[in-house]
Design a protein around this ligand. Sequence first.
Ligand code: AMP
Ligand code: ZN
Length: 464
Amino acid sequence: MEIFLTNTPSGKKEVFIPLEKGKVGIYTCGLTVYNYAHIGNLRAYVFSDILRRTLEFNGYKVKHVMNITDVGHLTDDADEGEDKLEKGAKREKKTPLEIARFYEAEFIKDLKMMNILIPQIMPRATEHVEEMIELVKKLQDKGFTYSAGGNVYFDTSKFNGYRDLAKLEKDPEKQISRVEKDTFKKHPFDFVLWFTRYKYDKHSMLWDSPWGGGFPGWHIECSAMASKYLGERIDIHTGGIDHIPVHHTNEIAQSECAFGHRWVNYWLHSDWLVVGEGEKMAKSKENFLRLKTLTDAGYDALDYRYFLLGAHYRKQLEFTYEALDGARNALKKIRNRAGELIKSYGDCFPEEPESEYIDDFTREVNDDLNTPRALAVMWEALSDNSLKEAEKLSLLRKFDKVLGLDVFASGDVKIPVEIEELIRKRETARKSRDFITADQLRKDIESRGYEVLDGKDGTKVRKS
Ligand code: AMP
Ligand code: ZN
């Protein structure tokens, strides 16, 4: 079945055609790791995860690259202000790299809790400065740069397609608010590829370069790392909508000028998570909620995932606890239903069920990742009296490959560590065919009030 994706430059749903049959390369702009991710950031990564899972569901082999920004992203996207990592370091009286590694690890924990498949490659900007310098040299050799005030700038007047992605007007004042005017720029759209300017002499992360000691601009990192891991032509690039007018517009300019051809075939952007009256959730504001804030309040991280899947990624979504409660109830209902089905059927159900519900589900996710409608198909299948219970079980398992809601997790029960330890010991015993010990361990688990369910995906337990 064909997959349709809304491509930002055309603003239309387009049929997805990969560069290479059966394979897809995706590049996702990752987090700037100077603070915890907020739940708005996680919306952007649940979206790219659904994209990857949908492509895999359709049989594609996906190579997913997501960078970690640990240098160069200033407090204003358009080259003004302070490097966010330096800012985080001052706030916590640590070095920028200590800050970066700490928040990167916290970010990855959040991704795992949200059941986001970890991208195969997660390159750090600080470990790819050499590649960035090479790319800037290439742009310089081709005549797309100029030096002023110690910085190396990209000259946007040399690239005809500069305004295409964001459909920017010619007059930049109408489009982008520049906090401060950079008097060294020939044109306000121009952007820094390499900083050495006096203004940043307090910057502690410095690298040698042909233009002097300094550090790279934010945009060049994505072009350098994306091309290193995915080549000079890429199927899909994702990010939040805030990246359209500056970051992605600049990525396209420098990449297409350096490589001499079209760079990315499909640009996909997810809309914001807002709170209150349409206010964007941001790390710099007080409206900042972390995943931990939700889990400390007793929610499962996947309640939040369910909440996100209830809206299309291209629509702004307002976060409220009432809506999160609704998502929690819905997920609990599915998990209880899944638990009942497992109880009756164990793993005696077809691995690849045939059902028109699969076609319906596939049609919905393939229609620009329409998760709200895909969830509706799942509910319809569950309440269809003409379906056998074993079929429903198979369908749930299949749908969950895309939804990632862990529907076979046991309801709202958190499995205690000691029970998990017993499960591990029992699995080891079973693997070494020591069935007597395995049986004793099963009884031990059961005597503590848990039921053991052995399935194809390993052993699960739930409260009996
Ligand atoms: P940053 O760390 O600022 O580069 O942001 C990481 C990702 O989160 C980017 O793709 C942003 O577009 C996205 N993002 C930031 N704030 C929000 C928000 N309130 N809602 C949805 N996505 C967001
Ligand atoms: Zn990027």
